[in-house]
Design a protein around this ligand. Structure first.
Ligand code: ME8
Length: 508
């Protein structure tokens, strides 16, 4: 890997009609893990997240909170999102807001490209619109006349709008999906999108009458219309890397390597967006990965049920690494799952406290007790390149976005070490054959060094604490990703610095 290789990863841009909840963090944390993993490999990463601001939902929220000036509300909320992400140490390179000037410039440029292609026409729209989804609805999308997601009857609208010739891209979209199996992942989502494109996809209205909307980017050359929020929002992925403002950056990073999204917005990302790009003559993202949705204790997360989880509250109690670990280990990435504070507490005490924290504590205590904190290699220390297989399986798992699988490999290593201590009984050996102790401790310490490396993208704070306690923070910081993988790299004569427990016991 080298700096010449690039990796551009995005999250959805979020509506600011509320504060971030744990579901939004889920996507952003997953993107953060991938970004950190690629940086570890010295790949040149661009990680983009941000806020979707030209939405009717935001206008309604501003009114509800008593704001007369919508932009003021958007500024306050965008700042809240930005500070939440930075408090949780998300490593995004940029944060895009769709009310920024540079975005408007990009959208206008994009509109012109699509228009020049002959894919925009004026038509009459008569139908239904759900503000909750910010999407148009067909009769077949409704259950008892209501949007199944928002439990509300959509608004009936009849307007003159601009349309995008989406249906003209049906064959090209299907061909692209069929020729690029990695384009839409996981496969269940690919099948779902494929069938939508084949059977249901129609041209789509991409503007609204200015009299019915109080937000949005005006249609170039027609002030009586504003651009439909999804048409504008998707373009953020281009604006974020300089489309229309910084050509060199754009050429460097586009196309995106992964758009990470929730399964709720796949039609927009896997059908509309690629068709828009085809029309504008731009390359398509390499992959759209849609993860599942999770419930809270088996219920849909909703304000009315009062079960919306604020990530900052969780982090206040457990710390950010346990939250990252829990979300990615408990819920198989790509599938639906359930979030429960009880399970989080169990995993905090079990996987983190007992399996990882205690292992570090036991190993460091023994190093203190038997070797006065010094690390020694021991004469029989195994010089083979152990753990090669673990590194390669880990890497394959992360590249497939199988985060749970990658964490499982690390936990297999921890279990191996815990068992090794129980079986070797160093406290007996220390009395009977003390010259074997350095080798046993080296095996444990060296494994912990590898674990700290593998944890870096997933649990950056814990990894840093482990390097400190192992006494090798500066030493390891000099290493490349490839050097880190070589067995036996723990420097002899390092001095461990036993610190606070990594995961102190907490009240239930
Ligand atoms: O859809 N489980 O924004 P949004 C898992 N602005 N993920 C969840 C979740 C849950 N229970 N709840 C939310 C929008 N998410 C548009 C996107 S992109 C050009 C425009 C995550 O604020 C998941 O990633 O409604 C989902 O796709 C996203 O939040 C929706 O965020």
């Amino acid at each position: 890997m080298s700096q010449s290789e690039k990796f551009y990863i995005t999250t959805p841009i979020y509506y600011v009609n509320d504060r971030p909840h744990i579901g939004h963090l889920y996507t952003t944390i997953a993107a953060d893990v991938l970004a950190r993993f690629q940086r570890l490999r010295r790949v040149d990463v661009f990680f983009l997240t941000g806020t979707d601001e030209n939405s009717q939902k935001n206008v309604e929220a501003a009114a509800k909170h008593g704001y007369k000036n919508i932009q003021e509300y958007l500024d306050v909320m965008a700042a809240t999102w930005q500070s939440t992400f930075s408090d949780l140490q998300m490593s995004n390179n940029a944060f895009i807001r769709t009310t920024e000037k540079r975005h408007r410039v990009a959208v206008e440029k994009f509109w012109a490209l699509v228009k020049d292609r002959g894919d925009i026409y004026l038509g009459e729209y008569e139908g239904m619109y759900c503000t909750g989804c910010e999407g148009f609805k067909l009769e077949g999308d409704l259950v008892d006349g209501l949007c199944p997601l928002h439990k509300k009857a959509p608004d009936k609208i009849k307007e003159k709008n601009y349309f995008f010739r989406l249906s003209a891209y049906r064959d090209r979209l299907l061909e692209h999906i069929d020729n690029h199996p990695e384009f839409i992942q996981p496969i269940t989502r690919r099948n779902e999108v494929r069938s939508y494109i084949e059977k249901f996809m129609e041209d789509v209205s991409i503007s609204r009458d200015v009299s019915s909307l109080r937000c949005g980017i005006p249609v170039p050359g027609d002030d009586s219309q504003v651009i439909y929020v999804w048409f504008d929002a998707l373009i953020n992925y281009l604006t974020g890397v300089g489309f229309g403002s910084d050509e060199a950056t754009f050429v460097r990073y586009w196309p995106a390597d992964v758009h990470l999204v929730g399964k709720d917005i796949i039609k927009f990302h896997c059908a509309l967006w690629p068709a828009m790009l085809m029309s504008a003559g731009l390359s398509l993202p390499k992959q759209i990965f849609a993860h599942g949705f999770f419930t809270i204790d088996g219920e849909k997360m909703s304000k009315s049920l009062g079960n919306v989880i604020d990530p900052l509250e969780v982090v206040k109690k457990y710390g950010q690494d346990p939250l990252r670990f829990f979300l990615l280990k408990e819920i198989t990435f790509g599938e639906d799952g359930d979030f429960s504070l009880k399970r989080l507490q169990d995993r905090y005490q079990g996987d983190l406290g007992n399996e990882l924290g205690n292992l570090v504590h036991r190993t460091l205590s023994m190093t203190e007790k038997y070797q006065a904190g010094q690390v020694l290699k021991g004469k029989n220390t195994n010089e083979q390149n152990l753990l090669k297989d673990e590194w390669s399986r880990y890497e394959q798992a992360v590249l497939k976005l199988d985060f749970g699988g990658a964490l499982e490999i690390i936990w297999e290593m921890l279990r191996w070490s815990n068992k090794y201590i129980d079986e070797k009984k160093p406290w007996v050996i220390a009395k009977e054959q003390p010259d074997l102790i350095p080798e046993i401790l080296f095996n444990l310490l060296e494994r912990l060094r590898h674990v700290a490396w593998l944890l870096k993208p997933f649990m950056p704070e814990t990894s840093a604490k482990m390097f400190e306690q192992l006494g090798i923070a500066d030493h390891e910081a000099q290493k490349t990703y490839e050097q880190a993988q070589i067995w036996g790299g723990f420097p002899e004569n390092a001095t461990i610095v036993k610190g606070e427990p990594l995961f102190p016991r907490l009240e239930e």
